[in-house]
Design a protein around this ligand. Structure first.
Ligand code: GAL
Length: 887
């Protein structure tokens, strides 16, 4: 058996230690390396420093090689541990460098999946564990040194790395050469506690024989290892990430530290930091870039942190492996609570009913402990890290217990998390994923199965699966987290779509690289689109996570929460047009009197000054109150000859009961039910009645389920009035997707202006970010670019819509009740048929759908469907719509 098919994680490696910011010389080997690809692990020798590699291609390190392949749960190779297939793509990498020093450590931040390393022809060893660092002690030569690294796509370690993401080998994080002085500071362990009852801190920095200095705290050259009691320190929190610059020095080496004081406790089943109950408003973050894969650059990491802070996210679970170490520096500096997760998942053993699962097989114990140690040792000095997670979806077993026991022994200051063992024997928090609202409520009330769990805080390590359109139900989860003290909040799944840039498809997902086994677009389930544009889901989450609460009582609006650093302003709009505005003084505002028209008061809380993460003026929170209901918009119409309406013809709408299923509709089984019941293949039988009304029976073949739609067109001096009445017929067994009136209009129309909720899309259980106002968008901009096309782009609660061309003329549509507005350049069937955005081609018509109702979105692509109150039933509905020329 080869070294990469061994249960042991490596050989020749240095013991794990903290990531340190040293004044020793560091050479970053990022850049072009010589590279040779072989189809199997048995490539010709290449470690000889004198080998002529000039004909080899140049390839960027950090980076990936080979073709990405996506599976969620299933291993893309036979389960035969620790063996791997003979088809094992192998990348040989070589680089020459000059150092100017002799004693050094060679450090790899991340190599997927196994690296074997030679320096100047001498083998140093090998290592598995893709997303944990590994180091080798080396002696360098004066002049040219040649480093040779052989990387295998598959190794025994791959069995421990079955995370739901692209499989993609490579030296995907930096390789550095770190000078070691005669007497190095090899490791540092900072213990910095905060006592919220006194405001004092306790500091102990383990660093061997060295001296500690923290200028700001008056600590000068104190022996490392001493416990220093500080009468007053400012604590670290995600909201106020106070760091103290410090250093330890032994005369040979100086290490800079950023110390944050904070204490994590669990009291009466409540998770607390610095004595305050913690509510995690979190996201699960994979490392992803649409071109670079997991080889993230510093700008992308910063972009993630800034985007999180700007969307009111205060916590990250590093699903499902330790992130690039720089990301944690940013979390310390900008303020995010972190659950740091070990690079460990064996979900594919589920296919074998967990037979032979590494979590319970002693032969894997060393490999698992090694991963845990490499994470804990590397990251132990980050104040942002408040919990260690043993891994994800790795079943149960003794090795998890060993990982937890070792961690507790090494660092008792942080609770331990692992979701995969429902009995929770080794952890400190009760964690679940995708629990329904009802389950969260029950757990919130303390109705868990046993006493052990009842004594723990509850965390949803994953909830609200952000795949495609959605997630629905965010606001209701937050209400539960807020209502129950033991609910410590949770982490939305997940931060970003892993769609890879692709010439033909725009963004590729599973199957687009010819994988035999794959899980399609399940890899695109993020709050950000692959290019990091926020999706409507992220905008909703920002609103739901906003740090202020607004309540109304007795004609007064009250703001609760910390408004320090925020400017609050109010404005009143009538039909979307500004009437009055002013600053809000204090925390209360008397609601102004209304008028005849529809009036809304909006309060906005924006940053008063620049912060590290957003400029002054950035909106943090908002709230809207309806002041007056406004008039009946269709009152007072006069019968008479209607004026001509540009670009609009009086034709009978088609009733649509189906939508292009969302990922959530698909996951919840609705796509199947809707097709089975024929909502995607309706037939229309039309009768013209003598009184001018048109009655249409709209129903699919093979059932009696359907709708009777009655339409009456009336001429008024303002325009054409359509009265639509919808009555279900037969016995309905599924919820209709929608009650939508579809119209075909000329393709010349380009622009939509509406008064209703916007500017983004909204469905019954999504759209927290959508407020009432007057908005204009082009038809193209109304489309939400979900990587896998599906229902999208509805604007909710629309009272008035105007469709026009760049020249102006067009049609104005006014409802006697708010309606859902969808305008696109393809039909529902075309939208459904598309697999990628690039399949959607503008047709010869503009398709307008006026929805009287739609079924909720939910989050059943992984998790519960829409809450009962958002489910559509086959019920009667009616609307009156006035079509007028645009004046
Ligand atoms: C969870 C898993 C995640 C992801 C998610 C679905 O079960 O922990 O890694 O697969 O489901 O997207």
């Amino acid at each position: 058996m080869s070294y990469f098919e061994d249960f042991l994680p490596g050989a020749g490696r240095k013991a794990p230690r903290a990531a340190l910011d040293t004044d020793a010389r560091v050479i970053d080997l990022s850049g072009p390396w010589r590279f040779r690809l072989s189809p199997t692990a048995h490539a010709p020798d290449f470690a000889d420093p004198d080998l002529d590699d000039t004909a080899w291609e140049l390839r960027q390190v950090p980076g990936h090689f080979g073709t990405p392949a996506y599976t969620n749960v299933r291993y893309p190779f036979p389960i035969d541990p620790p063996r791997v297939p003979g088809e094992n793509l192998t990348g040989d990498h070589r680089i020459a460098f000059e150092a100017g020093f002799e004693r050094a450590v060679l450090r790899f931040e991340g190599v997927d999946s196994c690296a074997r390393v030679w320096l100047n022809g001498q083998e140093l060893g090998y290592s598995m564990g893709s997303r944990v660092p590994v180091e080798f002690d080396v002696t360098l030569r004066p002049g040219r040194n040649v480093l040779a690294v052989r990387v295998h796509q598959w190794s025994a370690g791959s069995y421990l790395e079955d995370q739901d993401m692209w499989w993609w080998p490579g030296i995907f994080r930096e390789v550095t050469v770190i000078e070691r002085p005669a007497e190095p500071i090899d490791d540092v362990f900072v213990h910095a506690d905060y006592d919220h009852t006194t405001g004092g801190g306790t500091l102990r920095v383990e660093a061997g024989e060295a001296l500690l200095t923290v200028e700001e705290l008056g600590v000068h050259d104190r022996p490392a290892g001493e416990t220093i009691t500080l009468e007053h320190v400012e604590p670290w929190s995600a909201q106020h990430p106070r760091l103290y610059e410090a250093s330890v020095s032994n005369g040979h080496e100086r290490v800079r530290l950023a110390i944050g004081f904070r204490t994590v406790t669990i009291e009466d089943a409540v998770l607390k930091v610095n004595g305050e109950p913690l509510k995690l408003k979190g996201v699960n973050r994979h490392e992803f870039h649409p071109v670079k894969g997991r080889a993230l650059d510093a700008e992308t990491m910063l972009a993630d942190v800034l985007l999180m802070k700007r969307h009111n996210i205060n916590a990250v679970r590093t699903s499902h492996y330790p992130p690039h170490p720089h990301f944690l520096d940013l979390c310390d500096r900008y303020g995010l609570w972190v659950v740091d997760e070990c690079d460990y998942e064996t979900h594919g053993f589920q296919e074998l009913d967990w037979r032979g699962n590494p979590s319970d097989d002693p032969r894997w114990e060393q490999a698992l402990l090694d991963r845990m140690r490499r994470m804990v040792e590397r990251d132990k000095n980050h104040p942002s890290v408040i919990m260690w997670s043993l891994g994800n979806e790795a079943g149960t077993g003794r090795n998890l217990a060993a990982m937890a026991a070792w961690t507790r022994g090494r660092d008792s200051s942080r609770p331990i998390h692992y979701e995969g063992d429902r009995a929770c024997p080794d952890v400190d928090v009760h964690s679940r994923m995708y629990a329904s609202h009802a389950e969260v409520e029950a757990i919130g009330r303390g109705e868990d199965e046993d006493e052990r769990r009842r004594a723990m805080p509850f965390v949803q390590c994953e909830y609200a699966h952000a795949m495609g359109n959605g997630p629905g139900g965010l606001a209701e989860y937050q209400e539960l987290y807020d209502a129950h003290p033991r609910c410590a909040g949770g982490f939305v799944w997940e931060w970003i779509d892993h769609g890879l840039r692709h010439d033909r498809h725009g963004y590729a997902y599973g199957g687009d690289f010819g994988e035999v086994l794959h899980d399609g677009n399940f890899v695109c389930d993020g709050l950000l689109f692959p290019d990091r544009t926020p999706s409507p889901g992220l905008l909703d989450l920002k609103k739901v996570y906003q740090p202020l609460r607004f309540t109304e009582a007795g004609g007064v609006l009250r703001v609760e929460g910390d408004t320090a650093g925020l400017d609050l302003e109010w404005c009143v709009e009538a039909d979307g047009v500004l009437v009055d505005s002013g600053p809000m003084e204090g925390s209360e505002l008397k609601l102004p009197a209304g008028g005849e028209d529809e009036r809304w008061l909006t309060v906005r809380a924006c940053l008063a000054g620049d912060t590290a993460w957003a400029p002054a003026g950035h909106e943090v929170a908002w709230h809207q109150v309806r002041l007056t209901p406004g008039p009946d918009r269709l009152a007072g119409l006069t019968e008479g000859a209607a004026p001509a309406i540009p670009l609009f013809e009086r034709v009978t709408p088609r009733l649509e009961l189906w939508r292009a299923p969302t990922d959530n509709d698909q996951g919840g089984g609705l796509r199947w039910h809707w097709s089975h019941h024929g909502l995607d293949r309706l037939t229309y039988r039309t009768e013209q009645r003598q009184d001018g009304t048109i009655v249409q029976r709209v129903a699919p073949a093979a059932t009696d389920e359907g709708y009777l739609a009655t339409y009456t067109w009336r001429e008024t001096t303002s325009g054409l009035l359509l009265e639509a009445d919808l009555e279900p017929v037969g016995v309905w067994k599924v919820p209709p997707a929608r009650l939508g009136l579809a119209f075909e209009l000329p393709a010349e129309l380009t622009t939509v202006t509406w008064y209703g909720r916007g500017p983004g899309e909204a469905y019954p259980d999504t759209g927290a970010a959508a407020y009432v106002g007057l908005f204009t968008r082009t038809i193209d901009d109304l489309q939400t670019p979900y990587v896998h096309p599906q229902e999208n782009g509805q604007r909710a609660d629309v009272r008035i819509a105007v469709l026009s061309t760049p020249r102006g003329p067009g049609v104005k549509i006014t409802g006697d009740r708010p309606f859902g507005l969808t305008v696109r350049r393809w039909s529902t069937a075309e939208l459904d048929a598309a697999r990628h955005r690039t399949d959607l081609v503008a047709g010869e018509k503009v398709h307008l759908i006026v929805d009287l109702a739609q079924h909720g979105i939910g989050t059943a692509s992984c998790g519960p469907g829409p809450l009962e109150k958002y489910r559509l039933t086959a019920r009667p509905a009616a609307i009156r719509l006035l079509f007028e020329p645009v004046s």
